[in-house]
Design a protein around this ligand. Sequence first.
Ligand SMILES: Cc1cc2nc3c(=O)[nH]c(=O)nc-3n(C[C@H](O)[C@H](O)[C@H](O)COP(=O)(O)O)c2cc1C
Length: 255
Amino acid sequence: MQVEPGFRARGRFRTGCPRPGRPASGRHESPSRTAYTGPDRSRAPGGRHAPRSAPTAPRRPHATRRSAHPNGAAVTGPAFEALRLRRSHSKHTDEAPSRAELEELLSAMSSVADHSSLRPWRIIELRGEARARLGEGLAKAAGGDREKYVAKAKRSPLVLVIVVSPRASGKVPLWEQEAVASGVAHYLGLLLHEAGWGSIWKSGSAARDRAVRKALGVKKPEYLLGWLYVGGIPERDRKPKPRKPLDASRHLTAL
Ligand SMILES: Cc1cc2nc3c(=O)[nH]c(=O)nc-3n(C[C@H](O)[C@H](O)[C@H](O)COP(=O)(O)O)c2cc1C
């Protein structure tokens, strides 16, 4: 599998949240947070870091560059690039995004497609000993050893539990509401990656188990879509993940 040329590992912290001991400049160069964040366009004409004097094409809102598509119609930009580069990380360092940083990332979820704007979701933040609650629930659900499951839940410094919080609606069925919560989880993983954090979405049958819901204080009609393990990306994992090319003709059909 070929890795596309032009990529390099680079630290980036773009959300602008001040962090302890660090300037609120929106940039963070901690080596342990260096994520693979895409092509180095710093020397490209009109690139992100191009000198102000460089001739640049007039900017169109939301678009940074035209694709090489023959009809010139398709436009790609930061969202395209972020999605193309996103990957999960299952191993994490002890660093984690702060509460303030999470709130900032979540503020972007106001634009997630959401029929009737019900916002039928919430996220439970588990840090420190609170993570043991998830482990205890998992142990009960599996009928297994508490210590083993607590250690599992503590594998990362931060766990974000994804909860569907259905709202009463005569118009919006449950599956549409679940789709919103699912979208939030996907976008959150994407934004975390873009900000230089690692995450991986886990679930398994335990996510639907009553013991897990109870341990986390989730009562019906709420239910879980699983949880994101979140943390810093270890040095050895700061590399792109080769992907099998996607055959668009299989996934984009027409009548
Ligand atoms: C809803 C959902 C639940 C998942 N549950 C698990 C899980 O329990 N265990 C697991 O190993 N991967 C699980 N995954 C897959 C991982 O999150 C991840 O996508 C996979 O390891 C592939 O890595 P990638 O995201 O870099 O392609 C789940 C993904 C989704 C969307």
